[in-house]
Design a protein around this ligand. Structure first.
Ligand code: PLP
Length: 363
């Protein structure tokens, strides 16, 4: 399905590239390890249902943030086990049990509230967000294992600096492996162990345990720049030229008048802005977009619905021409990592910030 000529900003999602990234993940973890595909936050902005549907044969489990997402995924026909990564609100527990979603719990007290649900016992080894602190985790797990109505699905932890501090992460993983060995001895059972997020899969695959939780890398963005070449970005964020004007020197462009034309300039007004997910924080940071396969600088501040760019150097530019905000055109490519760097944020936030106004088009 192609975008219609009246779309002003839209995101094309390449399902073939998505499956390529799933195969890269599979290569890294080997045939025996389970792949939990993280599809929370509307599949990192790519469309949760469509992403999960495309990954049905590649993933053994799906990960979501909360009950709402789990219900929506199940209602779409996905039959895989669904793990809720975040802590459940007390009001969400009954429905989680009823639907058999895997709940993540941080304590014996919390575990006790889930009568009949499969549980993922979270252990805090440095993330400080959820989970039972590692020194108390063995005793807590033993108590949980004595609960008659509880089925332990898995134990897990999370890495806070997998792409930033390799020494800390290596120590964290080694210590956790030791803890897991003690747990396996004291609490026998067929529960799984999962730890690695994308950066962990790419840098620490030797510590893959039973299941990995892949998010960002499936969407084709690598947290480690060196590994980007193995992945294929799956989203192309596109817009169009809505207006072309030739401005003389000395004209101010956009709110705040932060840009003044230094010479005659052909300025295109493109039909996308920060409401579509093209971050305003990139303004006046030498951000560019692609027009006719060429990089064109963003001029002045990005506004809610419109962005001005310098197309002086692009031959044969015309009204309605496609503009790439993120993705590839000709030999040029703008990665989510580049947009994120200019906006002083991370690719995760760029993807999840793509506005609901931008239609998702699946290839
Ligand atoms: C979101 C999330 C992931 C995925 O992280 P990526 O860096 O996107 O791969 C993994 N584990 C947990 C607990 C998460 O919340």
């Amino acid at each position: 399905m192609n975008s219609s000529g009246t779309d002003r900003c839209w995101a094309e999602i390449d399902r073939g590239a998505l499956r390529h990234n799933a195969r890269v993940t599979r290569q890294r973890i080997g045939p025996e390890t389970g792949l939990l595909a993280v599809v929370k936050a509307n599949g990192y902005g790519h469309g949760m249902i469509e992403v999960a549907d495309a990954l049905q044969d590649d993933a053994q489990l799906f990960g979501v943030a909360n009950l709402h997402e789990a219900l929506e995924l199940r209602a779409s026909g996905i039959a895989h086990p669904i793990l809720i990564l975040g802590p459940a609100l007390p009001q969400e527990r009954a429905a989680i049990v009823e639907h058999g979603f895997i709940a993540t719990v941080s304590s014996f007290e919390e575990a006790r509230a889930f009568k009949g649900s499969p549980l993922n016992f979270g252990i805090d080894t440095g993330m400080g967000r959820m989970g039972c602190w590692q020194d108390e985790a063995l005793a807590e797990l033993e108590k949980i294992s004595h609960l008659s109505q509880v089925r332990l699905h898995s134990i897990s932890t999370h890495l806070p600096v997998a792409e930033e501090d390799f020494a800390f992460t290596e120590r964290q993983l080694t210590q956790f492996a030791l803890l897991v060995r003690q747990m396996r001895m004291r609490v026998p059972g067929d529960y799984k162990v999962h730890v690695l997020l994308s950066a962990g899969i790419l840098a620490f695959a030797q510590h893959r345990f039973d299941v990995v939780r892949a998010g960002l890398m499936l969407y084709g963005s690598s947290p480690l720049p060196n590994e980007q070449k193995f992945l294929r970005p799956i989203m192309t964020l596109k817009s169009r030229i809505a207006l072309l004007r030739d401005l003389p020197p000395g004209r101010s462009v956009s709110y705040g008048r932060t840009f003044i034309t230094p010479r005659p300039m052909r300025v295109a007004t493109i039909s996308a802005g920060y409401a579509d997910g093209f971050p305003r924080a990139q303004s006046n940071r030498e951000a560019s977009v692609l027009v006719g396969g060429q990089r064109c600088l963003v001029l002045g501040r990005i506004t809610m619905d419109l962005t001005m760019v310098d197309v002086s150097a692009v031959p044969n530019v015309g009204l309605g021409d496609e503009v790439i905000l993120m993705g590839k055109q000709g030999d040029e490519e703008i990665l989510a990592a580049e947009v994120a760097e200019r906006a002083r944020t991370i690719p995760w936030e760029i993807f999840t910030g793509i506005g609901s106004r931008a239609r998702r088009v699946y290839l």
